[in-house]
Ligand binder design. Sequence first.
Ligand SMILES: C[S@@+](CC[C@H](N)C(=O)[O-])C[C@H]1O[C@@H](n2cnc3c(N)ncnc32)[C@H](O)[C@@H]1O
Length: 302
Amino acid sequence: MSAPHHTPVLLSEVLAILDPKAGETVLDVTLGLGGHAEALLKRVGERGTLIGLDADTRNLAQAQKRLHSLPGRVRCIHANFRDLADLALPGVNMLFADLGLSSPHVDDPARGFTFREEVPLDLRYDRSRGVTAAVWLAQSTEEEIAHCLRVFGELPSSARFARALRERLPTTTTAVVLAAESVYRWRAKTVLPQIFQALRIAVNDELGSLDALLAVGPTFLKPDGRMGVISYHSLEDRRVKQVFRSLTSAPKHPQTGQDLHPAEFTLLTRKAVVPSDDEVTVNPRSRSAKLRVIMRRDSPPS
Ligand SMILES: C[S@@+](CC[C@H](N)C(=O)[O-])C[C@H]1O[C@@H](n2cnc3c(N)ncnc32)[C@H](O)[C@@H]1O
């Protein structure tokens, strides 16, 4: 098999808006194959530092190989970004997250994210913790499965399909495909991506992890520090938008409604930044990407 590849999304926009500078410390909490990290590290240069996390050990190892040949200090940590508060990391000038899965998860059947080949139904980024999708299905009620399919996958007839999954308790990707064919018939192929997306979001508790990142991430920013998040799903983007809006809104006097002091952060992206038509043509996986960025003010509000 050829070396895994992942094209970094919105790369020039990330560099332009997050604007890494020589000597800065950058925290990339979703290293993936290190595409964004490589570009960020080149910008911070030999006096700079890049700290990278990934929940997936295989991606982490690939990124580590790629980054260690570059000038600058590099520290790669196998961790989930939901545990950021426990990692004893220093303050940073830039925090970056590029959510979700990477191309190798989809391209390499052995990762269990694809339905093109028969493999165990796993779908975890981190195989050293949590439960596989097969176990998650066995432990969940029909209602919990239907909720996951409806909300995370926007799947039609989610209750019927949840029943089919509970009856069959699939342990392989092929068994999910067969269950989908039993409910959706000729339309099964079109809904399989939604089914696998829903299971992936549930198994990795992607929204819970994002909430934890949004709560803790901004506290790591030094004055003038920037935090950028690329999301790929409306449920993720809504969370990023709400948290960033509240961090960048001045607290109000409860009686007069006047600003008590300026907000601690400013918004660097008034609207979400999305890929150009050219980028979507070259890299269709970028089509749902949305980038939002905030910056901590240079001095605490008085
Ligand atoms: C979209 S890819 C990042 C690609 C990367 N920016 C690049 O250019 O190669 C997302 C990565 O985040 C990892 N990931 C997803 N959720 C995570 C979490 N909660 N904590 C840490 N890593 C996570 C995945 O394993 C995957 O490698």
